[in-house]
Design a protein around this ligand. Structure first.
Ligand SMILES: [Zn+2]
Length: 252
Protein backbone atom coordinates (compact mmCIF):
# COMPACT_ATOMS: atom_id res chain seq x y z
CA UNK A 1 0.00 0.00 0.00
CA UNK A 2 2.80 2.36 0.94
CA UNK A 3 4.62 1.69 -2.34
CA UNK A 4 1.43 2.35 -4.25
CA UNK A 5 1.00 5.69 -2.47
CA UNK A 6 4.58 6.72 -3.27
CA UNK A 7 4.10 5.82 -6.88
CA UNK A 8 0.87 7.76 -6.98
CA UNK A 9 2.56 10.76 -5.35
CA UNK A 10 5.39 10.66 -7.86
CA UNK A 11 2.94 10.53 -10.71
CA UNK A 12 0.66 13.23 -9.28
CA UNK A 13 3.34 15.70 -8.26
CA UNK A 14 5.88 15.00 -10.94
CA UNK A 15 9.64 15.06 -10.56
CA UNK A 16 11.73 18.19 -10.18
CA UNK A 17 14.06 18.69 -13.16
CA UNK A 18 17.72 18.42 -12.19
CA UNK A 19 19.06 22.00 -12.78
CA UNK A 20 22.28 20.53 -14.16
CA UNK A 21 20.24 19.09 -17.03
CA UNK A 22 18.86 22.44 -18.17
CA UNK A 23 21.04 24.14 -20.80
CA UNK A 24 20.54 27.76 -21.85
CA UNK A 25 21.18 28.03 -25.59
CA UNK A 26 20.55 31.79 -25.64
CA UNK A 27 22.93 34.76 -25.89
CA UNK A 28 22.11 37.78 -23.71
CA UNK A 29 20.75 40.90 -25.39
CA UNK A 30 23.12 43.80 -24.80
CA UNK A 31 25.19 46.35 -26.76
CA UNK A 32 27.49 43.61 -28.09
CA UNK A 33 24.75 41.32 -29.41
CA UNK A 34 25.39 40.49 -33.06
CA UNK A 35 22.77 41.57 -35.60
CA UNK A 36 22.85 41.61 -39.40
CA UNK A 37 25.27 44.41 -40.40
CA UNK A 38 22.47 46.71 -41.63
CA UNK A 39 20.31 46.35 -38.52
CA UNK A 40 19.89 48.85 -35.69
CA UNK A 41 20.77 46.36 -32.98
CA UNK A 42 19.54 46.14 -29.44
CA UNK A 43 18.63 49.36 -27.64
CA UNK A 44 17.98 49.27 -23.91
CA UNK A 45 16.79 52.30 -22.01
CA UNK A 46 16.80 52.63 -18.23
CA UNK A 47 14.02 55.07 -17.26
CA UNK A 48 14.22 54.58 -13.51
CA UNK A 49 16.91 52.77 -11.57
CA UNK A 50 16.90 54.01 -8.00
CA UNK A 51 15.52 53.97 -4.51
CA UNK A 52 12.42 56.18 -4.38
CA UNK A 53 11.80 58.97 -1.87
CA UNK A 54 9.25 56.59 -0.32
CA UNK A 55 12.07 54.19 0.46
CA UNK A 56 11.38 51.30 -1.93
CA UNK A 57 13.52 50.28 -4.89
CA UNK A 58 12.12 50.81 -8.39
CA UNK A 59 13.62 49.80 -11.74
CA UNK A 60 11.89 50.07 -15.14
CA UNK A 61 12.86 50.79 -18.71
CA UNK A 62 12.25 49.90 -22.32
CA UNK A 63 13.92 48.22 -25.24
CA UNK A 64 13.81 48.02 -29.01
CA UNK A 65 15.24 45.41 -31.31
CA UNK A 66 15.20 44.28 -34.92
CA UNK A 67 13.37 41.00 -35.31
CA UNK A 68 16.46 39.17 -36.60
CA UNK A 69 19.38 39.52 -34.22
CA UNK A 70 20.92 37.63 -31.34
CA UNK A 71 19.47 34.22 -30.60
CA UNK A 72 16.24 34.41 -32.57
CA UNK A 73 13.58 32.53 -34.49
CA UNK A 74 12.82 33.03 -38.19
CA UNK A 75 9.07 32.61 -38.69
CA UNK A 76 8.14 30.96 -42.01
CA UNK A 77 6.72 34.27 -43.33
CA UNK A 78 10.33 35.56 -43.37
CA UNK A 79 10.97 34.05 -46.82
CA UNK A 80 7.58 32.75 -48.02
CA UNK A 81 4.50 34.86 -48.62
CA UNK A 82 1.41 33.68 -46.77
CA UNK A 83 3.23 31.29 -44.45
CA UNK A 84 3.15 31.39 -40.65
CA UNK A 85 3.94 34.56 -38.75
CA UNK A 86 5.80 34.30 -35.45
CA UNK A 87 2.83 34.18 -33.07
CA UNK A 88 1.11 31.59 -35.28
CA UNK A 89 3.83 28.92 -35.10
CA UNK A 90 2.00 26.14 -33.19
CA UNK A 91 3.29 25.63 -29.65
CA UNK A 92 3.37 21.90 -30.42
CA UNK A 93 6.29 22.66 -32.75
CA UNK A 94 8.17 24.74 -30.18
CA UNK A 95 8.92 21.80 -27.87
CA UNK A 96 10.43 18.62 -29.22
CA UNK A 97 13.35 16.25 -29.54
CA UNK A 98 16.52 18.02 -30.66
CA UNK A 99 19.30 16.46 -32.70
CA UNK A 100 22.71 18.02 -33.30
CA UNK A 101 24.60 17.43 -36.54
CA UNK A 102 28.26 18.23 -36.04
CA UNK A 103 29.90 19.85 -39.09
CA UNK A 104 32.54 21.71 -37.08
CA UNK A 105 35.52 19.82 -38.53
CA UNK A 106 34.62 20.86 -42.09
CA UNK A 107 33.84 24.44 -40.99
CA UNK A 108 37.24 24.76 -39.28
CA UNK A 109 38.84 24.15 -42.70
CA UNK A 110 36.42 26.26 -44.75
CA UNK A 111 34.60 29.34 -43.39
CA UNK A 112 32.00 29.15 -46.15
CA UNK A 113 31.22 25.47 -45.63
CA UNK A 114 27.60 24.43 -46.10
CA UNK A 115 26.06 21.33 -44.55
CA UNK A 116 25.30 18.77 -47.27
CA UNK A 117 22.67 16.04 -47.66
CA UNK A 118 25.58 13.62 -47.11
CA UNK A 119 26.16 15.19 -43.66
CA UNK A 120 22.51 14.51 -42.80
CA UNK A 121 22.71 10.95 -44.17
CA UNK A 122 25.92 10.25 -42.23
CA UNK A 123 24.19 11.42 -39.04
CA UNK A 124 21.21 9.16 -39.70
CA UNK A 125 23.46 6.20 -40.45
CA UNK A 126 25.07 6.60 -37.05
CA UNK A 127 22.09 7.68 -34.93
CA UNK A 128 19.02 6.45 -36.81
CA UNK A 129 16.41 8.33 -38.85
CA UNK A 130 15.53 11.88 -37.82
CA UNK A 131 12.02 11.68 -36.40
CA UNK A 132 9.05 13.78 -37.47
CA UNK A 133 8.66 16.84 -35.24
CA UNK A 134 12.38 16.97 -34.40
CA UNK A 135 14.31 20.20 -34.24
CA UNK A 136 17.66 19.85 -36.02
CA UNK A 137 20.62 22.00 -35.04
CA UNK A 138 23.89 22.23 -36.96
CA UNK A 139 27.03 22.66 -34.88
CA UNK A 140 29.68 24.63 -36.78
CA UNK A 141 31.77 25.60 -33.73
CA UNK A 142 31.18 29.31 -34.48
CA UNK A 143 30.13 30.03 -30.90
CA UNK A 144 33.79 30.42 -29.98
CA UNK A 145 33.85 33.67 -32.00
CA UNK A 146 30.82 35.31 -30.30
CA UNK A 147 30.58 38.33 -29.85
CA UNK A 148 33.54 39.31 -32.06
CA UNK A 149 31.85 40.39 -35.29
CA UNK A 150 34.89 40.19 -37.57
CA UNK A 151 35.50 36.55 -36.73
CA UNK A 152 31.84 35.58 -36.38
CA UNK A 153 30.45 37.29 -39.51
CA UNK A 154 33.60 37.77 -41.59
CA UNK A 155 33.18 41.56 -41.52
CA UNK A 156 32.67 44.04 -38.71
CA UNK A 157 31.96 47.02 -40.99
CA UNK A 158 28.50 48.45 -40.21
CA UNK A 159 26.19 48.01 -43.21
CA UNK A 160 28.59 45.67 -45.04
CA UNK A 161 26.61 42.64 -46.16
CA UNK A 162 28.87 41.97 -49.16
CA UNK A 163 31.80 40.40 -47.32
CA UNK A 164 30.17 37.95 -44.97
CA UNK A 165 31.83 34.59 -44.50
CA UNK A 166 30.46 31.97 -42.13
CA UNK A 167 29.05 28.44 -42.50
CA UNK A 168 25.46 27.58 -43.34
CA UNK A 169 23.25 24.82 -44.74
CA UNK A 170 22.85 23.81 -48.40
CA UNK A 171 19.28 24.13 -49.72
CA UNK A 172 19.38 20.40 -50.63
CA UNK A 173 20.22 19.51 -47.03
CA UNK A 174 17.34 21.69 -45.82
CA UNK A 175 15.04 19.96 -48.33
CA UNK A 176 16.08 16.56 -46.99
CA UNK A 177 15.23 17.67 -43.44
CA UNK A 178 11.88 19.05 -44.63
CA UNK A 179 11.15 15.61 -46.12
CA UNK A 180 11.72 14.14 -42.63
CA UNK A 181 8.95 16.37 -41.25
CA UNK A 182 11.16 18.42 -38.92
CA UNK A 183 9.59 21.29 -36.96
CA UNK A 184 12.61 23.59 -37.06
CA UNK A 185 16.19 23.89 -38.26
CA UNK A 186 18.85 25.90 -36.44
CA UNK A 187 22.52 26.76 -36.48
CA UNK A 188 25.18 28.40 -34.30
CA UNK A 189 25.92 31.09 -36.91
CA UNK A 190 24.05 34.25 -37.95
CA UNK A 191 22.05 32.54 -40.70
CA UNK A 192 20.87 29.16 -41.98
CA UNK A 193 22.23 30.33 -45.36
CA UNK A 194 26.00 30.74 -45.49
CA UNK A 195 27.63 34.18 -45.35
CA UNK A 196 28.09 34.80 -49.11
CA UNK A 197 24.46 33.92 -49.93
CA UNK A 198 22.52 36.46 -51.98
CA UNK A 199 19.33 34.48 -52.67
CA UNK A 200 18.88 32.89 -49.25
CA UNK A 201 17.67 29.67 -50.82
CA UNK A 202 17.87 27.62 -47.62
CA UNK A 203 15.59 30.17 -45.93
CA UNK A 204 13.23 29.82 -48.89
CA UNK A 205 13.15 26.02 -48.69
CA UNK A 206 12.42 26.03 -44.94
CA UNK A 207 9.88 28.88 -45.09
CA UNK A 208 7.91 27.34 -47.98
CA UNK A 209 7.32 24.27 -45.81
CA UNK A 210 6.38 26.26 -42.69
CA UNK A 211 9.56 25.11 -40.96
CA UNK A 212 10.99 27.74 -38.62
CA UNK A 213 14.66 28.66 -38.29
CA UNK A 214 16.85 29.25 -35.23
CA UNK A 215 19.95 31.41 -35.60
CA UNK A 216 22.85 32.38 -33.34
CA UNK A 217 22.21 29.33 -31.15
CA UNK A 218 24.51 29.50 -28.09
CA UNK A 219 26.25 26.76 -26.10
CA UNK A 220 25.49 24.12 -28.70
CA UNK A 221 28.57 22.12 -27.64
CA UNK A 222 26.75 21.24 -24.43
CA UNK A 223 24.15 19.18 -26.30
CA UNK A 224 24.42 15.48 -27.13
CA UNK A 225 23.79 14.35 -30.71
CA UNK A 226 20.41 12.92 -29.70
CA UNK A 227 18.22 12.53 -26.63
CA UNK A 228 17.73 16.14 -25.44
CA UNK A 229 14.46 18.05 -25.56
CA UNK A 230 14.37 21.61 -26.90
CA UNK A 231 12.07 24.40 -25.77
CA UNK A 232 12.12 27.23 -28.30
CA UNK A 233 9.95 30.02 -26.85
CA UNK A 234 9.95 33.13 -29.05
CA UNK A 235 8.53 36.47 -28.00
CA UNK A 236 4.92 36.30 -29.22
CA UNK A 237 5.03 39.14 -31.73
CA UNK A 238 1.83 39.30 -33.76
CA UNK A 239 2.63 39.39 -37.49
CA UNK A 240 6.33 39.09 -36.66
CA UNK A 241 8.69 37.72 -39.31
CA UNK A 242 10.89 36.58 -36.44
CA UNK A 243 11.99 37.61 -33.00
CA UNK A 244 14.08 36.93 -29.91
CA UNK A 245 13.75 33.36 -28.67
CA UNK A 246 14.61 31.89 -25.28
CA UNK A 247 16.14 28.56 -26.21
CA UNK A 248 16.41 25.95 -23.51
CA UNK A 249 17.35 22.29 -23.73
CA UNK A 250 16.72 19.56 -21.20
CA UNK A 251 19.44 16.92 -21.31
CA UNK A 252 18.50 13.24 -21.21
ZN1 LIG B 1 16.56 35.55 -38.87
Amino acid sequence: MRITLCLLTAVCWGQAIDPAKIVDLTYAYNKDTIYWPNAQGFQHRKDVWKRTPQGYWYAAGGFSTDEHGGTHMDAPIHFAEGKLTLEAVPVSKLVGPVVVIDISAACAKERDYRATPADVSAFEKKHGPIRKGSIVLFKTGWGKFWPRRKEYLGSDVPGDTAHLHFPGILPAAAALLVSRGVAGVGIDTASTDYGPSVKFETHQVLSESNVYGLENVANIERLPATGATLIAAPMKIENGSGGPVRLLAILP
